[in-house]
Design a protein around this ligand. Structure first.
Ligand SMILES: NC(=O)c1ccc[n+]([C@@H]2O[C@H](COP(=O)([O-])OP(=O)(O)OC[C@H]3O[C@@H](n4cnc5c(N)ncnc54)[C@H](OP(=O)(O)O)[C@@H]3O)[C@@H](O)[C@H]2O)c1
Length: 422
């Protein structure tokens, strides 16, 4: 018999207890042993919960209980769960966590502390989609050429609505908050940070690269408006928040930002709160993973799959998928300025002769060539909205050109830029 304690019996924790109870016979048969939740840890014992397991507020009580084999950490945060997981590993208990924020910072030190003690974290990326197992096991024969993921359901819900129903960012954010898809403070989701945490976890498994959120390019969807959506529709694109990892020679690009992506691409068809991840391997080609990226039950499904695997397989494989450092290639994170992309620019200008020619000459001075231009009426008198798409150039070129254009008196607001992912 395997004894499990759940630290954090909230949305996901309650679903974990429910699944282990409702599917007990099946799960025991799969794992080869009976799995029991013997204790849950919470902050507030008086809260009403859907499950009936013994509860305590004392974390150390379960960490120091020799009869507990697996600690499931579902409390959220970074510092406190880090302490809890380290203590669990020191006490030789296997750990399962859904905590992407913690892993974005501490996955390598936890792997070091764990050594052969299993740590499961399938639920930390894209909730119910088994993408960690796919990368760690299913695709381990391949060089991973790219990962492109829609991994934040809140942003995808908002962008889908903005595209299909012409609603503004602020209106749709309010609706997403009312529906419980967005937090009262939405910065973490709409700012791209949540997707970045997940990308960093996947990049470790795909490339063995140890990067932190502050090392990579992270931009959110806050500045996207109806002009961008119009431009996208006119040229057969949709707008998505993508988390992208790409390998080129010995460099790895890691970035999270909104993109214009052709409607015909498979990943462009992932709408609403759903998540989707496209992975390209050098031998397998493209594979696409689709499903619920959040929610108690879907996330708990991944948590329980880790518990089953730990019980079934015993000794774990290395947490992040590499047994030895990958010496044949020294992969480096590509500096943000060196990233190459096509770009879309939106700018509001004074509507008078010579303005467009001036902008074109500034772009040309930075060796940037224009692909398409659209002019739209601005709401204000004597102002125009100019929308450009730009051929491939480096991030440092486009940023320098934007700085020079923004210094012109004829420009009436900051320039908005979206990368184009063909
Ligand atoms: N919800 C999702 O869809 C989802 C998806 C993927 C990953 N995750 C991750 O899963 C984890 C849990 O998320 P959640 O949505 O289930 O969170 P939640 O509903 O807020 O639940 C957190 C639980 O932890 C308990 N807790 C917090 N701090 C504690 C402390 N210091 N001591 C004891 N108990 C403490 C809370 O106790 P009380 O109940 O008494 O307040 C609550 O039961 C997070 O890391 C999150 O990022 C969640």
């Amino acid at each position: 018999m395997i004894n499990v304690a759940i630290i954090g019996v909230g949305t996901v924790g309650q679903s974990v207890a429910k699944i282990l109870k409702e599917n007990k016979t099946l799960i025991s048969a799969r794992a080869g042993e009976e799995i029991n939740v013997v204790k849950g840890v919470v902050k507030d014992l008086s809260k009403k919960r859907d499950i009936s397991i013994p509860l305590t507020t004392n974390i150390d009580e379960v960490l120091n209980d020799d009869s507990i084999d697996i600690i499931v950490e579902l409390m959220g945060g970074i510092d406190e769960p880090y302490r809890v997981i380290k203590a669990a590993l020191t006490n030789k208990k296997a750990v399962v966590t859904a905590n992407k924020a913690l892993l974005a910072y501490h996955r390598y030190d936890l792997q070091e502390i764990a050594k052969n003690i299993p740590i499961g974290y399938e639920a930390s990326v894209a909730g119910g989609i088994p993408i960690i197992n796919a990368l760690k096991v299913g695709l381990s024969a391949n060089q991973i050429l790219s990962i492109k993921g829609i991994m934040n359901g809140t942003c995808n819900y908002m962008l889908t609505k903005m595209m299909n129903e012409n609603v503004s960012f602020n209106d749709i954010l309010k609706e997403a908050q009312e529906l419980g898809y967005a937090e009262a403070d939405p910065t973490f989701d709409v700012g791209g940070f949540d997707a970045a945490h997940k990308l960093l976890i996947l990049a470790s498994i795909a490339y063995g690269i140890d990067a932190k959120p502050e090392d990579i390019l992270i931009e959110g969807i806050e500045d996207i408006n109806e002009h961008d959506m119009d431009f996208a529709k006119e040229f057969g694109y949709c707008i998505k928040l993508l988390a992208i990892a790409k390998k080129s020679k010995n460099n790895i690009e890691l970035r999270v930002h909104p993109v214009l992506i052709k409607e015909s691409q498979m990943i462009a068809k992932i709408d609403g709160v759903m998540n989707g991840i496209s992975v390209i391997g050098d031998f397998v080609g493209e594979s696409l993973y689709y499903g619920a990226g959040a929610g108690g039950d879907a996330t708990a499904s991944a948590v329980v799959s880790d518990i089953v695997e730990i019980v079934r397989a015993g000794q774990s494989s290395p947490m992040l998928g590499f047994k030895k450092p990958h010496q044949s290639q020294i992969l480096k994170l590509l500096p943000v300025d060196e990233i190459e992309s096509k770009y879309y620019l939106r700018m509001k200008v004074v509507d008078k002769p010579g303005v467009l020619a001036n902008i074109a000459s500034i772009l040309a001075a930075w060796d940037i060539s224009i692909e398409t231009i659209l002019q739209r009426e601005a709401k204000e008198k004597n102002k125009a909205m100019l929308l450009f798409s730009i051929h491939t150039c480096k991030e440092r070129q486009i940023k320098s050109a934007i700085k020079d254009i923004e210094a012109q008196e004829t420009l009436n607001s900051k320039i908005s830029m979206i990368r184009i992912e063909d």
